[in-house]
Design a protein around this ligand. Sequence first.
Ligand code: ATP
Ligand code: MG
Length: 478
Amino acid sequence: MISNKPMDIPCSLQERKILEKIALAAKDLRLPAYLIGGFVRDKILGRRTKDMDIVCVGDGIALAHKVAESLGDKVPVSFFKTYGTAQVKWNELEIEFVGARKESYRQESRNPEVTEGTLQDDQNRRDFTINAMAISLREEDYGSLLDPFNGMEDLEAKIIRTPLEPSQTFSDDPLRMMRAIRFASQLQFTIVPEAFAAIQENAERIRIISQERITDEFNKIMLSPKPSVGLDLLYKSGLMKIILPQMVDLVGVEMQEGKGHKDNFYHTLQVVDNIAQNTRDLWLRWAALLHDIAKPATKKFEPGHGWTFHGHDALGGKMVTRIFSKFKLPMGDKMRLVKKLVELHLRPISLTKENITDSAIRRLLFDAGDDIDGLMLLCEADITSKNRVKVKRYLENFELVRARMKEVEESDRIRNWQPPVTGEMIMEIFGLSPGRVVGELKTAIREAILDGEIPNTYDAAYAFMLEKAKSFNLTPVK
Ligand code: ATP
Ligand code: MG
């Protein structure tokens, strides 16, 4: 049995079982096969991983079929003849098969000319040394690590380096620039200076990469433990200027009459890191990234007073829509959530002042609805003062706001609330068809309840409506 041989990477029993099946199938077909890339890297790092990449010298699709067959008759294989790749899903695992290849690139595209190659050719075309390590699945050296570029040393030193000349590597496939920065952020590794210089040199070439792939890598940076690592590298490499220039507009501090404002770029990065400590939700992290995005566009210096950014919340909301569309992010609920949080991000702060009325609290609960918890997380993350005493005081203020909200919510149930008299009812009562008057009556009822002028009950709303209707010369039809 092959699987009794020791392996150079720690694998679970199930993984060993499947690797043995692959090794046996490859032996049958007389194809040298190897486990390669991310899986090997992640196993050595002790990270969870569910996708295996198998490279064989020969026909990868044939190997995939043979493996699927040995796993049972119901295991499906999806394959792409043009690319010579195949995928087998088995339990939790996604296993990709491909024939070893050699690639040569042309300047104008990231689609290389591909020819069959050896394992060494295939390792040469890998993006980073830590991603080029392979584990042999051949009988003669089963389980041993084949690491021609010392990826193991780089893993230990926590560095990202390209196997071949960096400028060529990034120019050949500019997506690798995003990947380098994404791995630096995900794994908290350092990109070696020569490679980083090559990214700076080739940044413009990112334009040949599709937005979907850029967005994919960007989101992985956003989901990394400390997104500021990747975001700052995107800025310093020159990539941010190309993919999300509005972020670069946040950089820097302007002085007038001896007064400066904070550097909104680094403030934003801190806010993203702060929220990342409290949530893994990608969209809350995006809200943190974009919360001050309209500050440059709304910035004014008011003599004798200082810097203001009036309306950056509302304009920021509009910018969210544009940025989501450019990034090809989902334009439905997720976009609406981010937009709403950006629009509302100043509201809880205004509730920390003294003498806040219940009606102000009710209004925020009504406007934020179920997103109130996300909004509070954003506001707490937005505290980036270096002064510990201040941070503590601000956080305590938010605690008071939370407590007040809880009280008001318990008595009034405003979250997800709809006024007790609906538009349909108004139309029916006064024999109206849809139009301005119906809208105005409805709004008046809602405002009266939110302001605490009348209680949140059907009877009170109905009486209020009848009174209000008089000013429109309306009387009930029945
Ligand atoms: P993750 O799965 O976390 O995204 P990964 O390194 O496994 O990371 P995949 O996209 O799954 O990334 O790719 C698998 C392997 O294919 C990589 O480890 C690397 O060896 C190689 N690879 C992927 N993309 C590229 C690329 N653009 N250029 C060169 N090699 C690449
Ligand atoms: Mg992978």
